[in-house]
Ligand binder design. Structure first.
Ligand SMILES: [Zn+2]
Length: 252
């Protein structure tokens, strides 16, 4: 079930059978010469939307702008600074919690978001801790590539040239979902360099075409479809486990 395609009455009905909501979260940032700018928010969205076709989960609108300051040297990248991102995540969580959602599951598509999303959770918990009150909801962050079986599948599909940015696995996922938007280019070098991540000008100087350690030419829509099916199954299993987590405040 997609929240943005539902009515308030349908969401109220969903709350009668579940208090869990899944929020795809990512980033709009350059992904090399052939990767779509939306890759990091499209991947978790594609996986969550696929999962809700076979499982009774509610998927919120995709939080599609994240922490991508290091990619701002490339046109099309849009970034929130960490403090803005923390504030926005907080208000998404407070909104959903106000309706009765108690388990807020963030399915993430951008490694650069992780530190800030975890900091946002800590800010939310701290509000309750300083007040000496229960928070009323729990948050979970999961990167889509960490869902059960996904990393092993990607390693078998791409034993060399996977890399860490503009990877063939994430590009394959978008190719499967949007075959009309597949782009091609001659990559030079074939496998991109690796190194540290700092500010935007430094990033562009180190990684001139935007890739890090990857060979996106290895991506195919078929491999993307295999990854999406594995990830969607893993998501349903992980969301069920999160939903079933005991709440010691209620048990006490
Ligand atoms: Zn990415």
């Amino acid at each position: 079930m997609l929240l943005h395609m539902s009515t308030w009455a349908e969401v109220e009905g969903f709350l009668n059978r579940s208090r869990t909501v899944v929020i795809p979260i990512g980033s709009n940032e350059q992904h090399g010469p052939t990767g779509l700018l939306g890759t990091d928010w499209l991947c978790p969205e594609i996986i969550a939307h696929e999962a809700q076709k076979s499982g009774d989960i509610l998927v919120a609108p995709t939080f599609n702008i994240g922490m991508a300051q290091h990619h701002l040297g490339f046109p099309g990248t849009i970034s929130l600074r960490p403090s803005t991102f923390i504030a926005a995540i907080g208000d998404w969580c407070r909104s959903l919690s106000a309706h009765g959602f108690e388990r807020l599951y963030f399915l993430n598509g951008h490694g650069g978001n992780v530190a800030t999303i975890e900091a946002a959770f800590s800010e939310l918990y701290a509000e309750a801790s300083f007040a000496g009150k229960p928070r009323g909801f729990s948050c979970r962050l999961k990167n889509w590539w960490e869902l059960k079986g996904v990393m092993g599948l990607a390693a078998s599909q791409f034993p060399v040239g996977h890399g860490s940015h503009a990877t063939p696995s994430e590009i394959a996922v978008t190719q499967w979902a949007y075959p009309d938007s597949i782009k091609t280019a001659e990559y030079s070098p074939k496998i991109a360099p690796t190194g540290p991540i700092r500010e935007a000008l430094d990033f562009r100087a180190r990684y001139p075409d935007g890739r890090m350690g990857s060979d996106p030419a290895l991506a195919t829509p078929e491999k993307g479809g295999e990854l999406v099916r594995m990830a969607a199954d893993g998501l349903l299993e992980d969301v069920a486990a999160f939903t079933a987590e005991a709440n010691p405040q209620l048990a006490g």
